[in-house]
Design a protein around this ligand. Structure first.
Ligand code: ADP
Ligand code: MG
Length: 593
């Protein structure tokens, strides 16, 4: 068979292949355009997105602009104003330098570049469609640059298929703009998606106030400042106190010389700074800015410039770890007021009567509900909670557990019980999660009983979470939540499920959207179960809480009544059994003969 002929690829195809590296999704376009605006010293950047960026991404800035005679070059491959020679690669002060972003974007979309340097009389415009540039035309335009990217990937259907749901793509854009707004507090950012103002920063230069507009004032107030200088490395920004954590790493954000960077070693250094202060599986919220001289870091590692290489990595990691540690030590923890999570489920006096666990102890009408200080009133009309099902006996071969006799509680964390076949150790938190979960799921069919708050509570959420909550709003009513949008990123809670009546309403609402995995589009039923599981986790009694004998007993009975008593909704075991014959073997009563 003859060897296939080798031929040079046509330039458009070369560009499209190269574009694949830079332009993965709409958020990558936003990133490149933002970086160009920042490199042009813009003080005001407006980002407009339609249909998650598939239809339109437009970034308008008030930067130094591009002279008309250079417009064609700006969209050509390997054309940049930012570096001249190879040497320059080792002290880069701009975000861009590869001269390929505009060309790459233009090869997979319909791009219009309009620009006017402030000193020019008029602006000029060029249109590029699928890599084919049209003529440069004079137009009236305000000083600065507007890049309009329409119909992204219209000529690369394969790439379009790889895009996730609109919600996910929008979330990537929100997260990206959030990060840049934090990194550049002296620049005003404004992001609109489908005519809705999603986020906005004031450009006044105060990072904590940007933090507050983006993440809400409560979170911003609690974040601890980091500011430390080691030889050749400065580390600044914010980290969360050890009791403000997430179950994922996505809120650990790093910038190196103003450039957002993903780096496992930097994350590891941050976590080391928290040494022993974090619970297993919990991660801090952090926005850290690492600054070092441009020669000490190589940013030309990857086309998206999201990875860097440090000349002296150990020095950088040690600086991060120490800066974080110092910030944490400087913050003296306030004795646990636990405003976030009051302990409403276990009064100081053991609840009387039969309805103990998880029908949270009833509060007198109009009484104060826990540390949140919110006043709660029971809406008399709400249906009553279903009675606990009669305890089933031991049904061999089913998932149910046998009748257990309570022995007591140890380490304020585990219940000890005796069953017909051995000793049971029950994780009280996991067990309570399971009990709450099944109650919630059972109530979902009808609609869950609801408790109206005497005064509605206003909750502010960061853009990504606000978006998630909005998607969930139609389903919330069914679980007894009454929530309405109340301005950008803000919601009003009017009622909460009775099951959560003792919990801080804001915390309950946050639990709904926290920890939601980004790139998932599971079935609706599946989402509901996951959301409910998350809420139950927040509401369940914690390890370390001393329970009265009645409470222990009630938890045990409720667990026995569960459909799936052996694991919590997240799949962890609720109990460990030590079989009697295992005990007997250990004590040599049943030795192998
Ligand atoms: P790079 O940013 O790596 O130089 P780009 O393809 O992103 O490459 O941009 C090419 C050139 O176009 C830049 O070097 C810059 O001179 C000019 N340019 C792009 N966007 C802007 C903007 N918003 N304001 C001013 N100049 C711009
Ligand atoms: Mg660029």
């Amino acid at each position: 068979m003859p060897a296939p002929a080798i031929h040079l690829l046509p330039p458009e195809l070369v560009s499209q292949i190269a574009a694949g590296e830079v332009v993965e999704r709409p958020a990558s376009v936003v990133k490149e355009l933002l970086e160009n605006a920042l490199d042009a010293k813009a003080r005001d950047i407006r980002i407009t997105v339609r249909e998650a960026g598939r239809r339109l991404i437009e970034v308008a800035d008030d930067g130094h602009g591009i002279p008309a005679d250079q417009l064609a070059l700006a969209v050509a491959r390997h054309a940049t104003s930012k570096i001249q020679r190879a040497d320059d690669l080792f002290h880069i002060l701009t975000l861009g330098f590869r001269g390929e972003a505009l060309a790459a974007i233009a090869s997979v979309s319909r791009l219009t570049l309009t620009s006017r340097p402030p000193e020019a009389e008029m602006g000029a415009r060029i249109r590029v469609e699928g890599g084919q540039a049209g003529p440069v035309e004079p137009v009236g335009a305000p000083p600065g640059t507007v890049v309009r990217v329409e119909d992204l990937f219209y000529n690369v259907p394969a790439r379009r298929k790889f895009l996730k749901s609109d919600a996910t793509e929008r979330r990537h854009i929100d997260a990206l703009v959030t990060r840049y707004a934090l990194a550049y507090p002296q620049v005003r950012f404004r992001l609109t998606q489908d005519d809705r103002l999603v986020l906005q920063s004031d450009g006044q230069g105060d990072r904590r106030s940007v933090l507050a507009t983006l993440y809400g004032p409560d979170l911003a107030r609690r974040m601890l400042p980091v500011d430390d200088e080691a030889p050749g490395v400065r580390v600044s920004g914010f980290v969360s106190p050890p009791d403000l954590t997430r179950s994922h790493r996505r809120d650990m954000v790093f910038f190196v010389n103003g450039r957002p960077v993903q780096d496992a070693a930097l994350s590891a250094a941050l976590l080391k700074g928290y040494h022993t202060l974090l619970m297993v599986g919990r991660y801090p919220i952090a926005v850290l800015f690492v600054e070092l001289s441009p020669e000490a870091v190589d940013v030309n590692v990857h086309p998206t410039k999201a990875e860097v290489r440090f000349r002296q990595p150990d020095r950088v990691f040690r600086a991060v770890q120490q800066a974080v540690r110092k910030a944490l030590l400087a913050h003296t923890p306030i004795p646990d007021l636990d405003a976030d999570l009051p302990h409403p489920f276990w009064g100081t006096a053991p609840p009387s009567g039969t309805a103990l666990l998880p029908n949270f102890p009833a509060r007198p009408q109009g009484s104060r509900a826990g540390a949140s200080g919110e006043t709660v009133r029971t809406s008399g009309a709400g249906p009553q909670l279903p009675e606990t099902a009669p305890t089933p006996g031991a049904l061999p071969g089913t998932e149910r557990i046998p009748l257990l006799r309570l022995v007591g509680q140890i380490a304020a964390t585990y219940l000890v019980a005796e069953g017909p076949d051995g000793l049971y150790l029950i994780d009280q938190h996991a067990a309570h999660e399971r009990v709450l979960f099944e109650r919630f799921m059972a109530q979902r069919e009808a609609s869950a009983p609801s408790q109206t708050l005497l005064e509605p509570v206003t909750v502010h959420l960061p853009p990504q979470q606000a978006r998630l909550l909005e998607e969930q709003l139609p389903y919330l009513g069914r679980w007894g939540f009454e929530v309405e949008p109340f301005g950008p990123g803000t919601f009003r809670v009017r009622a909460v499920p009775t099951l959560l009546a003792g919990m801080d309403p804001a915390a309950a609402l946050r639990a709904l959207v926290e920890d939601f995995e980004e790139d998932e589009t599971p079935l609706q039923g599946h989402i509901e179960a996951r959301i409910i599981a998350r809420v139950c986790k927040r509401a369940a009694v914690k390890a370390g809480q001393v329970l009265s004998p009645q409470e222990q007993e009630a938890l045990l009975r409720d667990l026995e009544a569960c459909e799936n008593p052996r694991s919590c909704p997240h799949g962890r075991p609720t109990m460990i059994r030590i079989a009697l014959d295992a005990l007997e073997k250990r004590f040599g009563r049943l030795g192998p003969r």
